[in-house]
Design a protein around this ligand. Sequence first.
Ligand code: HEM
Length: 521
Amino acid sequence: MAMPLEVPVAKAILYALLPILIACYFLLRKGKTYVNLPPMVEKGYSNWTGHVRFILAKGDEFGLPWIPNMKKLADSCSNGVMAVYSFGPKWLTRPTYLVKDPVLISSMLTSSKVKRFSNLMEASKATSGDKHITALTGDELKRHRKLLTACILAKRPMARFVELLTAGVCKYLDTLPTPTVGRPLDLNLAKSKAVGILVVEAFSNFSFGINISCHSEDPVDVERCKKLHSALQFMFKVTGERLVAGPLNFFLKRDIWTNYKLWKLGTFIRREFILPALHQRKEDMSSGVQVPDDAMTMMLESGDTDDAPFSEEEICDEGMVMVQAGYEATAYTFLWLVYHLGQHPEHQELCFKEIREVLSKHPPGSHLTSSDIEELTHLHCVISESMRMQSINDSAAARDTDVDLELGPYTIPAGSTILAVGKCNSLSEESFENADQFKPERWKNDPTGGAKRPGAVNIPFGLGQYRCFGQPLALVALRTLAAVWIQRYRFELLSEDIERTYHATCSPGNLPIRMFPRCVS
Ligand code: HEM
């Protein structure tokens, strides 16, 4: 009679065999054969180390180790699509492909086969809950997009947003000392974080319905404002880290301590700020008190015959996303705008002239309204050109695919991540004439900016069904910030030497300017 194996012996055999079994699995598994797989960026690619090693080794040349400068990387390859990295098995990371050909970018982003970038969904769920536009799919996503469009992109909330932002910039500019002979007004806009703070205040006021300011006279208010700001900063930092494609993400999203901190900060923002404001607003609305036309009021009034109104949880989650998605992108884009206007004082003057003309229709001392902002056509061109020259994202858009995706002559295998490298095209001579020169005129009466070739040559807000939801709000914010600033100050760049800082997005790490108050006649 055969003796049964002792359990410890069986275990020992199994453990000894395990590495062999795993090795056999990887050696013998038959992958699908792809006829036209995009080429790797450099020879010597291995499925195990991939181009993570390549990017790390060339960290200095291509940017920070974990956020490679994709434009340089893409420029170094002549193909329209290239593979960048795949680091071992799929449970660890998705193989990643860069697409740089504008026609292929356009067909990738508008394809119904691609899905939202899973890193974005997971990162935004960890910070903002799962009942919001960046976490949802299918019919629920359609419902949220439709209701939110009416809640924040309509005339009334936009006008309220312009009001809030104007008040914020004026309040900040009022705190600046008056320059005197020998004591010029010098600021380092990137280091001072002032723009970030005033934008986050305007967004929080608009989305959470709270009125707090770091420039308040009340120290309790200032303390609360600082706490909110640092909580949002932490969330933004974590989102940025988790957006990066690659194997590190596998470990980052399982970081228990950070996840706990995110949950605590999210709960803090909801309990301390959003929910009290929401309950107060509900009470005011039911007792007939006049309430502002901000996102919170509009979300409470949302819903129509086809779609149920937003629940409290949805209002909280959407508010969190709006602030997070909006404030840093808007603040950094504004800093780049200041940089370009500092380099081109002639355009500052043209913008000032048009602002004065628009304001001359109102009684002296009036602020610009949202319909005035629409009339600032030269400023619009300047903003478009600034965003073409320096988009805050190397990769304008990222998507995942769960099915094989045909892109021109290439096949992107199912289970991959695809990044569109927008900067390659917006700064290329093949796309724009004198592409390296700042020429706002190219946008005059031409929404393509005189693009020389078809496809997605300039997509600072992405493209397709997952494009930036807040684009109209972002443009209004940039126009308002710039208009109030230019109306009150002329500014010069004190140094052209601007190092770039990469977090989730690219911002100037250093932006020293000298401000000269304008004589308002
Ligand atoms: C100048 C400022 C901004 C820039 C440059 C910017 C840029 C972008 C880009 C490139 C994307 C990815 C698009 C894609 O994958 O196709 C995006 C997504 C998004 N943006 Fe913005 N954005 C800005 C401001 C805002 C604002 C103010 C809001 C808030 C209302 C916002 C909300 C969103 C949301 C919700 C998404 C995710 C959309 C989705 O996945 O369905 N953005 N943004």
